[in-house]
Design a binder for this molecule. Structure first.
Ligand SMILES: [Zn+2]
Ligand SMILES: [Zn+2]
Length: 201
């Protein structure tokens, strides 16, 4: 009986180690236009060091894709900036050729916009289609470069977990709705309400 139990436990361990391995999902940083590989690498390192421990109930690896020059057709009618919604659609097509379950985070320095309420072309920091595993972020409106990993994490959580904004509007929570005025310097965690919603903790 003892040896039978031991075999059962070993079998269970083997199954769980296979599951842990296949559960690792890739986040691809996709540089656009003049964004350099070095900038992507700095963001990758910051995300691994600071964001992945917060996302620890799940396991991710972060990789960098080759740079892509964005087509002018992805700009607004005035050709003054890129439409983030068009970039998201472009990324959704790209996603088809990448491994299942991965997420694309587009990174660029040029200004991006989308339609917001009555404003046809509203400048933004980032945009994602919730649950579609694609998002784009821009450094153009980010006052402190050190907060870039927080912007990436905010959009990544929208897109990967199909999660909305922090229901408690918690000042320190990375999923706080910016309401047009981002406050990344005060954000450094996922608040207990968001953690419970995402992982049932
Ligand atoms: Zn929260
Ligand atoms: Zn948001």
């Amino acid at each position: 009986m003892k040896s039978f139990l031991r075999i059962c436990v070993l079998a269970a361990l083997a199954v769980s180690s296979v599951c842990a391995c296949t559960k690792v999902k890739t986040i691809y940083i996709q540089p656009y236009n003049n964004t350099t590989h070095e900038e992507c690498e700095a963001l990758r390192q910051a995300f691994i060091e600071k964001a992945l421990p917060i996302l620890a109930p799940d396991t991710f690896r972060v990789e960098i894709l080759p740079v892509i020059e964005l087509d002018d057709r992805l700009k607004n009618d005035q050709m003054s900036r890129y439409r983030a919604d068009k970039i998201n659609r472009f990324e959704r097509k790209m996603l088809r050729s990448l491994p299942r379950g991965c997420t694309i985070v587009g990174l660029m320095h040029q200004d991006i916009s989308c339609t917001k309420g009555d404003v046809a072309d509203y400048g933004i920091l980032g945009l994602s289609f919730r649950g579609d595993r694609v998002c784009v972020i821009s450094t153009y409106r980010l006052s402190r470069k050190v907060d870039l990993w927080k912007l990436m994490m905010h959009e990544f959580i929208h897109s990967y977990y199909d999660y909305a904004h922090c229901p408690d509007d918690c000042v320190s929570c990375i999923m706080k709705n910016a309401y047009g005025k981002p406050d990344f310097p005060h954000e450094y965690e996922l608040c207990p309400t968001c953690r419970h919603a995402l992982w049932g903790e």
